[in-house]
Design a protein around this ligand. Structure first.
Ligand SMILES: Cc1cc2nc3c(=O)[nH]c(=O)nc-3n(C[C@H](O)[C@H](O)[C@H](O)COP(=O)(O)OP(=O)(O)OC[C@H]3O[C@@H](n4cnc5c(N)ncnc54)[C@H](O)[C@@H]3O)c2cc1C
Length: 452
């Protein structure tokens, strides 16, 4: 992996990653290899995170064909050890925030498709968890989007009013909160106001490992600790793609890149479109017996333009808190085009010390401090939209990657979409995905660079 592969293409998953809270109790599948390394497969899924698990689940457990295809999932490290195993656990549809950007660039109709798609994940994951009896602590609550900066709040309120006036269908349960509401209801000391809306949170590692377990029971061949180093430029005469790994070569009829931040090591044409960017996350507890206010939901605390903290409250009373990228934004080497999740970002970690005491009323004497601190690598996309669909010019290759710091309400159905495209040869249009998500030749040479 990264430290031992000087000859191999950048960026690859690093060795010795920091330990996230979610991965403190490993599933037996974490280092599972179903068989010795296979030499041929119908579908090869590269990447064992949320997308890879969703694709494997949809191809095998939801299979509508008489004979299911042979599906192999390869993962460089332990199962779900990438962004999904080290994120904030927040399943939070973005209703009016990114919409402003997509509205400006692509118009309201296209932006609305993205919002509807994100909101639909709440019900889809609820139904999935119920149907498959998945224990991942899925919790429904409200998200408090709190603005500490008056100008930023005013801009958000203007756009909120615009969406309400336009009759934007997802605004039904978005509530505007005044400064006194934010203090009384959300207990945020310095917020000037904000919004609240329905959201969920969960234990992402548990969701992924259980989805993969179901897929294995339907025939999935899981090969963890298998690093893919190369996908051949062209297929063989039989239409199979030779894929080189550190455990041998496998020939695949179809390939699904579920490689997110690391995509460009294997598909270098995505180097400008999807960039590995690092972030940090923590699990914080109040000191035993110390006074602290119960918090009613999850949070996004906006300290000012580009300065943002996200947070969920778990049922064990701990908080998963991350973000603070404004503290290291100017030090590009620290985070941009950096796939190394074996190191923390000290300046962000230091900023998060005392964060609960500074931010919330009733937490001043809580003695709150982090028990676990980790880093993770996101696939930032240059135009802030994921790349989903057929890889341009590569028949039989599909991609669902580039989910930024925001994959939980986006990537599950994106994984289903590429599974359906690979299995049933349906077109992107028939997947039901927002039109803006479709990967294309044009998007490989992006006109925006939202990664910085
Ligand atoms: C610190 C942090 C906090 C976040 N918080 C949130 C949040 O609260 N809410 C939210 O919605 N989103 C959040 N995100 C983003 C979210 O986690 C991701 O968008 C989502 O998990 C992406 O899933 P994925 O399957 O595409 O990628 P990943 O989970 O990264 O999976 C990709 C997998 O591919 C494997 N891989 C890559 N290259 C190779 C190779 N060459 N050979 C073999 N295997 C390979 C990797 O090892 C990795 O396991 C956060 C991300 C981070 C890092």
């Amino acid at each position: 992996m990264a430290s031992s592969t000087a000859q191999k293409p950048f960026p690859q998953p690093a060795e010795g990653s920091t330990l996230s809270f979610w991965r403190t109790k490993l599933d037996p599948l974490d280092d599972h290899q179903t068989t010795s390394f296979p030499t041929e497969t119908d579908v090869l899924i590269i990447g064992g995170g949320y997308v890879g698990a969703s694709a494997a689940y949809h191809i095998l457990a939801e299979n509508k064909q008489e004979t299911p295809p042979r599906v192999t999932l390869v993962e460089a490290r332990g199962l779900c050890s990438g962004a999904t195993g080290r994120n904030g656990g927040h399943l939070r549809p973005d209703i009016y925030s990114a919409t402003a950007l997509f509205n400006e660039r692509h118009g309201l109709e296209a932006a609305a498709e993205v919002v509807r798609f994100e909101v639909s994940h709440l019900k889809v994951i609820e139904d999935l968890v119920r149907k498959e009896n998945i224990d991942c602590e899925l919790t429904f609550t409200r998200s408090y989007d709190m603005y500490l900066d008056e100008d930023q709040l005013n801009k958000a309120k203007t756009f909120y009013d615009f969406l309400v006036n336009e009759g934007f269908d997802s605004m039904g349960d978005v509530t505007y909160m005044t400064q006194s509401d934010t203090q009384k209801e959300a207990h945020v000391r310095d917020a000037k106001g904000g919004f609240s809306f329905p959201t969920a949170h969960l234990w992402p590692y548990k969701l992924v490992t259980q989805l993969v377990r179901i897929a294995i029971s339907h025939g999935l061949n899981l090969q963890t600790h298998t690093l893919v180093s190369e996908v051949a430029e062209t297929p063989t005469a039989d239409g199979l793609w030779p894929v080189t790994t550190d455990r041998g070569v496998i020939h695949a009829r179809k390939i699904i890149f579920a490689t997110n931040a690391y995509t460009s090591a294997l598909a270098p044409q995505y180097a400008k479109a999807i960039v590995p960017c690092k972030g940090v996350c923590t699990q914080i507890f109040a000191a035993p017996g110390a006074p602290h206010q119960n918090l009613p939901g999850t949070y996004a605390i906006r300290l000012g333009t580009g300065a943002y903290i996200y947070q969920i409250t778990r049922k064990d009373g701990s908080l998963i808190v991350g973000g603070a990228s404004h503290t290291f934004k100017n030090d590009l080497e620290e985070w941009h085009n950096n796939p190394d999740d074996s190191k923390l970002i000290d300046v962000a970690v230091n900023f998060l010390k005392g964060y609960m005491q500074r931010t919330f009323l009733g937490w001043e004497d809580s003695g709150a401090e982090a028990k676990h601190i980790w880093s993770g690598v996101m696939g930032y996309s240059a135009d802030s939209l994921p790349h989903v669909g057929s890889v341009p010019g590569k028949p039989g290759q599909f991609i669902a990657a580039g989910f930024n710091g925001h994959g939980m309400p986006v990537a599950f159905l994106s994984g289903k979409a590429v599974a359906d495209m690979a299995q049933y040869s349906i077109s992107f249009e028939d997947t039901g995905l927002p039109r803006l998500f479709e990967t294309s030749e044009a998007r490989l040479e992006p006109i925006y660079d939202d990664t910085k």
